[in-house]
Ligand binder design. Structure first.
Ligand code: 5RP
Length: 218
């Protein structure tokens, strides 16, 4: 319950980055759900949202927001999304909600990526949270063997198919001392669609909520 309150506080603090009348990138997850609900509760007037998942799209539509494709939006000024872990350089692990591919695309297309999370997500070294990797179905076993060579313990996420129709492998037991190099290495495995390591495109702001308040890291 207190973690949920912390998420809501982080989401609330991100509202100051929303530019009324403009398009807004919206991520996925329970923290972002608070953010979407708050946008509606506070009657924010956004031109349209570009959403990173079917789940967020449905929530946005339910509140009466317009949702458009990234292809129709052009560059976005602000993208708000959660994370499973962040280090102090604002490099992230994302994909706990299986939306990593669209999240990485929208983050890449946005000028400012505002990450919202409860304070437990801030870590010195990434990797305690298993690293999600979305893969092309026929490459699943091959990619898993390659991930073992990189020192990880791959586990197929049961009963999950992404919005793009692909499975996810969660890579356990990684201590990610060099996030940039690991992201590059995993991206280079044939069959990998996206790795949920956001090191080459980290967040620009990190808003950490706790039941008592928020603090911002940038
Ligand atoms: C979805 C994500 C989420 O942002 C991440 O899993 C955090 O979720 P939550 O806000 O529920 O803690 O990357 O793919």
């Amino acid at each position: 319950m207190s973690q949920d309150l912390a998420k809501r506080k982080a989401a609330e603090a991100a509202l100051k980055y929303v530019v009324q009348g403009e398009m807004l990138g919206v991520g996925t997850g329970s923290t972002v759900n608070h953010f979407i609900d708050l946008l509606a509760e506070r009657h924010f007037d956004i031109q349209a949202a570009v959403s990173s998942s079917e789940a967020s799209t449905q929530r946005l539509l339910k509140h009466g927001f317009k949702v458009i494709e990234l292809n129709s939006a052009g560059p976005l000024s602000v993208y708000v999304d959660g994370a499973d872990e962040s280090n102090y350089q604002l490099q992230l692990i994302k994909g706990g909600g299986a939306a990593l591919t669209r999240e990485k695309i929208i983050a890449g297309a946005s000028k400012t990526f505002v990450c919202i999370a409860d304070e437990s997500k801030l870590v010195k070294t990434l990797g305690k949270f298993p690293l999600p990797v979305e893969v092309i179905p026929m490459a699943r076993s091959f990619v898993a063997r390659e991930l073992v060579k990189l020192g990880g313990r791959p586990v197929l996420r049961e009963n999950v198919v992404t919005d793009n129709g692909n499975p996810i492998i969660d890579v356990h037991d990684l201590q990610i001392a060099q996030p940039l190099a690991l992201e590059t290495a995993i991206n280079a495995i044939p069959g990998v669609v996206t790795v949920g390591l956001f090191a080459h495109r980290p967040a620009d702001r990190l808003i950490l909520g706790s039941p008592d308040g928020v603090r911002e890291v940038m």
